[in-house]
Every structure is written in structure tokens, then in C-alpha cells.
Design a protein around this ligand. Structure first.
Ligand code: MG
Length: 290
């Protein structure tokens, strides 16, 4: 029962992917990656983030990448922003959309952001309000929606709580992340059975990781609930930071093929996707990886 025939895939490789790859990627390579992705026809590409470069060195130079990419009118180029300083950087770079992030669990919030969920939401409410004042669309990420590396299985109520707050701040869409990729389709169904009592599925996106090899099945489960936006990363860029060497972000080409098999339209150019995946493969080979 998929009521959804038209799917949007949000490409997060240049940000969520590269951020979790070991080693430095130069600006030319990043610009090249964004350009080959733009050729594929994505409506949204997450280009980078305006975070402290001493904490996340892979994301240094995001402003420069924005300066150098050729902007297409039919593509929105977005960036992740953790605070008001990041928002300043994003506005100066004339990004088309920003993303903010919070955790559904206290353990991950404390470990990843260094603050409680409540404190992180205070900051995000300011960022979202300021962005809305300038008509900049804001996407919210919620991590650990199925399971947390510190707190174990996540209660659906916790996800509903954070999701509703972010929507209340003015986020247009909430992307729900199975950050450690250990969720099962039944967990996805339990989450959406609860979420859809309070939230319109058209405001939701799925961000699944393939660490447990179940990302495609989990996407299929979310699809049953009318979710029509899914995040993925070209070439599966971005391993799982909690399980070195194992898969993280689900690969765009795999998601694309799955939707094609199901008769869903993504509007993406399959040949261009293959070229972009090859670009990532060459990148890995040049870095000495597999
Ligand atoms: Mg991810």
C-alpha cells in the first residue's frame, strides 16, 4: 500500500557523507562532487556545514565551495548550521536552505552536542526564528529515532516530542535519522504508528543508515506511511562513526534503483547517478581507500 508514487531523494553526500569519511577532501574535489550531483537532477543537495572547523575539519571551506559552485535555478543548495554563528556564515554564502539538528535521546545529545536536548532546542529555536525572518527554509534533523548508541532503543514518544518542537519553531520538514543503522522495519512501523497521530507525513523525511543492511527495507516501511522524501549519500559516502569500517548512509544509487523497481518516480537521471558514483569511487581510490 504505497500511496506515494513521486519520491524526492535529498542528496547528503557532500555534507553528511564527507563529514564521516576519514581524511581531508580538498575544495576542488568538493566542488566537483557537487557539480556531478547537480547533473543528476536533485532538487536539494546538502553541500556542507557551517560548524567549527577545528571540531569538524572535513567541513572547513564550505563558504568557498558555495562561492565556486555553479548555481542551478532548479536545485536548492543547503548547509547544516548548529548555531547563530553558523547561520551568519550560511546567510553570507547565500545558501538556499539550512538544516539544524537535535537528538531524540539524551545520551547522543550529550555525547554529540555536549548539551541536553532541551538546551539544544533552545539554540535551534533562535536559529530557526532568525532564519524564518529572512525567509530561509529550515529543515530539522532528529538523530537516533530508532536506537541510540548510549541509551538503547528509542521510545517513539521521545521522537514525537522533539519533532513537534522543531516543527513549532518553523522547520518545514523533519528528517528522521536511524543514526546507528540498527533499526528494523517493525521499529520503523512502531515509530510511524505513533508519529502520524500528531504529524502529517508530508512534513517528514527518512534518513536511514545501512549499517545493519536494512536501510532499503526500512525505507520501504516508511513509504507505507506516506513519507515521500528520503536522504541518501552518493556511493554510500560516510561510514558509520560508531562502527568503524561498516556502512553508514544508504547509497543514493541503491535507493534510486529500489524506487525504480517499485515504479516510483524520483526525477533523477540514472546515467548521471552512475557517473557521480564513479566520481566517489575514484575519490576513494585516490585516497587509498577501498
Ligand atoms: Mg547520515
Amino acid at each position: 500500500m504505497t500511496g506515494t508514487e513521486s519520491i524526492e531523494i535529498v542528496e547528503v553526500g557532500p555534507r553528511d557523507g564527507l563529514q564521516n569519511e576519514p581524511g581531508w577532501v580538498d575544495i576542488d574535489t568538493k566542488v566537483g562532487l557537487v557539480e556531478v550531483l547537480a547533473d543528476c537532477g536533485f532538487r536539494r543537495i546538502e553541500v556542507g556545514s557551517f560548524v567549527n572547523p577545528t571540531r569538524v575539519p572535513q567541513m572547513a571551506g564550505t563558504a568557498e565551495v558555495f562561492k565556486r559552485i555553479t548555481r542551478r535555478t532548479d536545485t536548492a543548495y543547503s548547509a547544516l548550521v548548529p548555531n547563530l554563528r553558523g547561520l551568519e556564515g550560511a546567510l553570507a554564502a547565500q545558501v538556499d536552505e539550512i538544516a539544524v539538528f537535535a537528538s531524540a535521546t539524551e545520551g547522543f545529545s550529550g555525547a554529540n552536542l555536549g548539551v541536553s536536548i532541551a538546551r539544544s532546542l533552545e539554540v535551534l529555536s533562535e536559529v530557526t526564528r532568525e532564519a524564518s525572518d529572512t525567509d530561509l527554509p529550515v529543515r530539522g534533523y532528529v538523530s537516533c529515532v530508532l536506537e541510540c548508541p548510549y541509551d538503547g532503543p528509542t521510545q517513539p514518544d521521545a521522537v514525537v516530542n522533539v519533532t513537534k518542537q522543531l516543527l513549532g519553531f518553523g522547520c518545514r520538514e523533519i528528517s528522521l535519522g536511524d543514526t546507528i543503522g540498527r533499526g528494523h522495519p517493525d521499529d520503523v512501523r512502531r515509530l510511524f504508528d505513533r508519529l502520524l497521530k500528531d504529524v502529517d507525513p508530508r512534513r517528514l523525511a527518512g534518513h536511514f543508515h545501512d549499517t545493519g543492511g536494512r536501510a532499503l527495507r526500512n525505507i520501504g516501511a516508511a513509504l507505507e506511511y506516506g513519507v515521500a522524501v528520503f536522504d541518501s549519500s552518493i556511493g554510500g559516502l560516510g561510514g558509520c562513526p560508531f562502527a568503524p569500517g561498516s556502512a553508514g548512509n544508504v547509497a543514493t544509487e541503491d535507493v534510486c534503483d529500489m524506487f525504480q523497481r517499485r515504479g516510483c518516480s524520483t526525477g533523477l537521471d540514472r546515467d548521471a547517478i552512475v557517473r557521480a558514483a564513479r566520481y566517489v569511487k575514484d575519490l576513494r581510490a585516490a585516497a587509498g581507500g577501498g
